[in-house]
Design a protein around this ligand. Structure first.
Ligand code: SF4
Length: 80
């Protein structure tokens, strides 16, 4: 089963927890706001199987619930 993710960047507080938990999935822009780096935060790239555990760690560790996960691709829901 595939999983997809993106960051609700409106609510990200730049705490850097997601990048620590899943450095291959989450990176930061010049303002230190997180984004899902596999697909420029579109939420349409399937997460590699060996990154699922890190994704869950990032999801559970985000203090603002900004990390969204779905079993179906997200549409291009964010412009930035
Ligand atoms: Fe932003 Fe959440 Fe990542 Fe912290 S863990 S940088 S609040 S998305």
């Amino acid at each position: 089963m595939n999983y997809y993710t993106y960051v609700d960047r409106e609510n990200c507080i730049s705490c850097a927890a997601c990048g620590a938990a899943a450095p291959n999935l989450f990176k930061y822009d010049v303002k230190d706001i997180a984004y899902a780096c596999l697909d420029n935060n579109n939420g349409n790239a399937p997460i590699p199987f060996d990154e699922i555990e890190n994704l869950n760690d990032a999801f559970e560790g985000c203090p603002t619930e900004s990390i969204k996960i779905s079993k179906i691709p997200f549409d291009d829901k964010e412009e930035w």
